[in-house]
Design a protein around this ligand. Structure first.
Ligand code: URA
Length: 457
């Protein structure tokens, strides 16, 4: 690092002295510019700074500067030439959370209906998504169960898809925010993943690299959430909003319940199937919470884009777009443009080919009182639909179907879940995990609102 020495940056943060912008920018530059021959900063020094940040935190300016330095550490998408309104949604991760597969087509349909004078959709969603990890699912793994669907578009192809379809659903390229890749790997090995400051910089650097006018964040709370307590989720939501707004992106964060899987299915293809059914007006009662949350999140996005006077009016508009079939048309256009075979949507149930299924039933009469939602997510992973560590393979036809929601009355032997797997040997452990996690009681549970709180600037 020219002039600025890594050890000085570490000592400042260790001793509680706020870092200057120059210090933060030089440190991040050194992380991405170092080579085996030129160790501008060592892994040990990066790890030390991460721990110092974990202990001391960052003030708002430091966090904004770190986020910007990471955002510009590699390629960024430039939506400027499209002269459109760009908006995206990000979720901190959940079980059965497939709202992206409904929100992207809803917003695309809204954008296609209101083109700019240049003929570009008036709203564009450049959605860069992640893969399943641990107990949470990932949009890319679900999309890749559609034969031919290409998630590895470059930034030029991303722009072309947005101009044509109003939305594109793609994966992270190695050249987008390379600083996060290096920092995340070291955080994973040094007990510093849970810092809300480091999580904020990590999430927001990647989202802001999409060149967004607005961003809506779904921060999960409850037993299936990434953050361990409501207070920590709220702190994260506030930091995310503060950092988005500081970068000039309108940002809202919704704290939403993750006490049970969202919707009917949790897995890979089964989640695509559920969304296709919704867009084709085949409404299953287990999908009601998914539809409600998707409309609320889309509503905020439509409000930010100026297509609705309030987020509530936006949610109504979102539902109208879903019900009218316009979202389904936009979905088919996106999938076809990204190389996917849309014929599988004619009969999505027929494309679901697990080799083994098993029911988990209620062991008594009573109300479905609670479950450990994280445990349900791990059961989905063990069935083959998720991965324990990056790079593990994922099965297209594994998952869990929910037959009841919290508060529902169950009769003894009534199925609560059905398990699906491509390998019959993978059923026993998840079955046991789900049996252990179900609490059935004669007293109904307290009803939780789907959206617990909304954080805005
Ligand atoms: N998701 C991210 O992208 N980064 C984090 O640090 C945590 C969750």
């Amino acid at each position: 690092m020219s002039q600025i020495h890594p050890i000085d940056v570490i000592l400042h943060k260790r001793d509680g002295v706020a870092l200057t912008d120059d210090e933060i920018e030089a440190f991040v530059r050194a992380i991405v510019e170092r080579t085996p021959e030129r160790q501008l900063v060592t892994d040990a020094q990066i790890a030390s700074l991460l721990m110092a940040v974990f202990e001391r935190g960052l003030n708002a300016r430091e966090l904004a500067t770190l986020t910007a330095a990471m955002r510009f550490s590699g390629d960024t998408f430039d939506a400027g030439p499209l002269k459109t309104f760009t908006v995206d949604k990000h979720s901190t991760g959940g079980v059965g959370d497939k709202t992206s597969l409904l929100i992207a087509p809803v917003l695309a349909a809204a954008g296609l209906a209101h083109p700019t004078p240049e003929g570009v959709p008036g709203i564009c969603v450049p959605m860069i998504s992640g893969r399943s990890l641990g107990h949470t699912g990932g949009t890319l793994d679900k999309l890749e169960t559609i034969p031919g669907f290409d998630t590895q578009l470059n930034l030029r192809q991303l722009a072309d898809t947005l101009i044509k379809c109003g939305a594109a659903l793609i994966g992270q390229t190695p050249r987008i925010v390379p600083a996060d890749r290096i920092l995340y790997a070291l955080r994973d090995h040094t007990g510093t993943v849970e810092s809300p400051f480091l999580i904020t910089a990590s999430i927001m650097s990647k989202k802001l690299a999409e060149s967004l006018n607005a961003l809506v964040l779904d921060v999960k709370v409850g037993c299936g959430a990434f953050m361990p307590t409501y207070e920590k989720s709220k702190q994260l939501a506030e930091l995310l909003v503060q950092t988005g707004e500081a970068a000039g992106t309108r940002t809202a964060a919704l704290l939403t319940s993750m006490d049970q899987p969202l919707g009917r299915f949790s897995g890979t293809w089964v989640e695509v199937w559920e969304c296709v059914d919704i867009m084709k007006q085949i409404r299953h009662p287990m999908s009601a919470d998914l539809i409600e949350l998707s409309n609320i999140l889309s509503g905020w996005m439509l409000y930010f884009a100026g297509q609705a006077k309030t987020p509530g009016a936006g949610a109504e508009l979102s539902n109208k777009i879903l019900v009218s079939g316009e979202a389904y048309k936009a979905w088919l256009k996106i999938v076809e443009t990204q190389g996917g075979d849309i014929s599988v949507f004619d009969d999505p149930a027929a494309h679901h080919k697990p080799k083994a299924t098993r029911a988990v039933t209620a062991d008594r009469d009573g109300f479905l009182h609670s479950m450990n939602c994280k445990q349900v997510g791990w059961a989905v992973q063990r069935l083959g639909a998720g991965r324990e560590k990056p790079g593990d393979p994922v099965s297209a036809h594994a998952g869990v179907e929910s037959h009841a929601k919290l508060g529902d009355w169950l009769r003894k032997d009534q199925p609560v879940f059905t398990l699906y797997s491509e390998d019959p040997r993978l059923l026993d452990e998840p079955e046991q995990m789900l049996r252990e996690t179900l609490a059935i009681s004669t007293v109904p549970p307290e009803k939780q609102a789907l959206v617990r709180e909304t954080v805005t600037a």
